[in-house]
Ligand binder design. Structure first.
Ligand SMILES: [Zn+2]
Length: 60
């Protein structure tokens, strides 16, 4: 009578799923924000602002 060895399952670590990049910022975590100034809200340019969709993480 042979004692059966309990089959030890080697737990394979799940492959790290790469999170999809955020769409509005394209994964950068920053988006261009138009800067308006004055009463007429004249656009004077744009600056980098934190993406509100991913909160600067760059991943959705
Ligand atoms: Zn984003």
């Amino acid at each position: 009578m042979a004692a059966r060895k309990p089959t030890t399952r080697t737990a394979k670590p799940a492959a790290p799923a790469t999170p999809p990049p955020c769409e509005p910022c394209d994964g950068t975590g920053q988006v261009a924000v138009t800067v308006r100034v004055g009463r007429r809200h004249r656009v004077v340019g744009s600056q980098e602002g934190m993406c509100l969709a991913c909160f600067g993480t760059g991943t959705a």
